[in-house]
Ligand binder design. Sequence first.
Ligand code: CMP
Length: 193
Amino acid sequence: MIRNNLQKFKKERTLVLIKPDGVERGLVGEIINRFEKCGLKIVGLGIVRASKNQIDRHYPKTKNWIENLGNNFIRSCEENNLKFDLKKDLGVNNIFELGLMVRRWLIDFMCSGPIVKIALEGNHAVEVVRKIIGPTLPYKAPPGTIRGDFSIDSPIVANLEKRALKNLIHASGNIQEANFELKIWFTSKELLN
Ligand code: CMP
């Protein structure tokens, strides 16, 4: 029983996607280097042009998740004292529709260029990867994290330019999400044991 649990913790897996901005800027080697140097093992790796369908399956479609995207948009505007009318300025009727619009921006962005998919394994892989990447918003991410060192993008600029936030990397948020996302990007044969 102890041996089984030990393996479970040592072999935790997570998914990382280097988004089109990271690939275009030539940061693939630097990003992979940071994961390897801290001790995580690469158990799957590839460069792909994702289809809209693949990205659509990757990002959740629940009402909660979509409304959360809409609420993020509104929060950024409020924090920057920008007033807007959902219908007149954005052509949407409610927060859900606003979230759907942001989700379409995300899909377009993820399909706009090649992305690098990486499956990583190691102790607390999900948490460790998120620590190395840093918080979602690059302009707030501290130095020493990938987002903090290589990007200053901000949600208000992204919103006004009607595009997704360019934050270099996607990483699974928890173990359940990691298991789901790894299956979207890798077949079992493509993952090493
Ligand atoms: P990702 O982690 O791939 O999936 C959810 C995306 O929502 C995230 O990348 C960001 O691109 C985007 N996102 C998260 N928070 C905000 C925010 N406050 N403003 C704009 N976009 C955001």
